[in-house]
Ligand binder design. Structure first.
Ligand code: C5P
Length: 233
């Protein structure tokens, strides 16, 4: 299996299913985020899984520990491959999430922490009472996630190297991927798939370079060829 996770950033189930029909579950996993899940719900996740796809449920849970534990149990019972929570929810919340996933019957999803959203700069952090700069805050929250036994973190490729050095076993899931020469869309800092893997990313989240391409399967094959030229899978 390749490290590619295609982000299904669509408003409705039929659009997501039409995209999935053009992709091969042997070549990528799929990410379902807040917009699609809010509109299409668990039935869409089940439909994607029935077609053979492994699903990253990107709902970034952040609430009191008991509520997050319940949400993680519900996600695990859906059979998703990966789910995530905000590390800034604190140690007790992370530990409750870990326990909920560990105690769920059936295959255990990977439990991943979001550290600092890449949309937040130093000034935004100061406004919410955090005086650390974003890079230091990422390391602090990754440390908390590692101590609570989470399986990995979502991070920019720029952070992946430092994270790998400190916590080699913590998986690194990296968005902001663009094939060489592609449109940046609204991403500011991007890396090619091979550069992100070299920086230490384990999984690559790719949205529009595949989903907005005239032929998504060809775009995906291009990304895989780019990766396989360096990393055989
Ligand atoms: O279309 P694009 O490749 O930019 O999509 C990237 C996906 O990764 C989107 O679903 C976006 O929400 C998500 N993401 C991101 N940056 C983060 C965290 C998640 O782009 N820091």
């Amino acid at each position: 299996m390749t490290p590619l996770i295609v982000a299904l950033d669509f408003p409705r189930a039929e659009l997501a299913l039409a995209m999935a029909a053009r992709l091969d579950p042997q070549q990528c996993r799929l990410k379902v985020g807040k917009e699609l899940f809010t509109s299409a719900g668990p039935a869409l996740v089940e439909a994607l899984q029935k077609r053979g796809f492994q699903v990253f449920l990107d709902l970034k849970f952040h609430d009191i520990p008991a509520t997050v534990a319940g949400a993680c149990r519900a996600a695990a019972s859906l059979g998703v491959w990966m789910l995530n929570v905000h590390a800034s929810g604190g140690r007790a919340m992370l530990e409750a999430a870990r326990a909920a996933v560990d105690q769920s019957p059936g295959p255990k999803p990977l439990l991943i922490a979001v550290t600092v959203l890449t949309s937040l700069a130093s000034q935004d952090l100061r406004e919410i009472g955090c005086n650390a700069d974003p890079a230091a805050q990422v390391m602090r929250l990754a440390s908390l996630a590692a101590e609570a036994g989470l399986d990995g973190v979502v991070c920019s490729a720029q952070e992946a190297g430092a994270l790998r050095q400190k916590w080699p076993d913590l998986l690194r899931i990296t968005p902001g991927i663009r094939p060489a020469g592609a449109s940046l869309d609204d991403q500011r800092r991007v890396l090619t798939p091979t550069a992100a893997l070299a920086e230490g990313a384990d999984y690559l989240v790719v949205g529009r370079p595949v989903t907005a391409a005239p032929d998504p399967a060809t775009a995906l094959a291009g990304l895989i060829a780019e990766i396989e030229s360096v990393h055989p899978y």
